[in-house]
Design a protein around this ligand. Structure first.
Ligand SMILES: CC(C)(COP(=O)(O)OP(=O)(O)OC[C@H]1O[C@@H](n2cnc3c(N)ncnc32)[C@H](O)[C@@H]1OP(=O)(O)O)[C@@H](O)C(=O)NCCC(=O)NCCS
Length: 133
């Protein structure tokens, strides 16, 4: 557990931080959508959804993000800061604001599944995707 955490509203100065984290292969592997995000794509996306994101600061430096879009939560923490309670801190704040939000988790993402379960999320659905050969 680390002290000196705060959750702040997203601003354009954090857009590249989010993109960098999202494009980090270790982080991207946890997400359903895994294609690399270009600066232009990020810019467009953030123009539309940037206000849905919050940034977690550790001693003033960004270490993670959480976004809730259409009641769907996405969350990530920098690899070097994982297992320090940062995602738990972000999620604890988000469930207060969005008690009915859901999370779509890849079936092999044990870390994320365990994180959400800690906050009383239960597996309610299976999402089936056809393998196209
Ligand atoms: C999932 C993720 C956000 C967790 O971030 P984190 O800051 O390391 O998580 P925390 O330290 O707050 O851990 C909170 C709980 O999550 C679970 N957890 C986190 N990392 C875990 C791991 N590697 N293995 C198993 N459980 C894990 C545990 O239940 C943990 O509670 P505990 O410490 O009491 O065991 C982080 O691993 C990540 O960014 N992954 C890549 C992106 C991703 O998969 N996002 C989810 C898509 S929505």
């Amino acid at each position: 557990m680390v002290n000196n955490l705060s959750l702040v509203e997203n601003e354009p100065r954090y857009w590249e931080f989010i993109r960098g984290l999202r494009n980090d292969p270790k982080i991207a592997s946890g997400f359903i959508q895994q294609t690399s995000i270009s600066p232009l794509e990020q810019n467009r996306y953030m123009q539309q959804y940037g206000n849905c994101f919050h940034i977690c600061l550790l001693n003033g430096e960004p270490v993670g993000f959480v976004g809730v879009i259409d009641n769907d939560i996405r969350i990530a923490c920098k690899s070097e800061n994982q297992r320090q309670g940062i995602a738990a801190y972000m999620l604890s704040e988000m469930v207060k604001k969005f008690p009915r939000a859901v999370a779509k988790i890849k079936i092999d993402n044990d870390a994320s599944l365990s994180l959400f379960r800690k906050f009383d999320f239960k597996v309610k659905y299976y999402l089936l995707e056809r393998e196209v050969k």
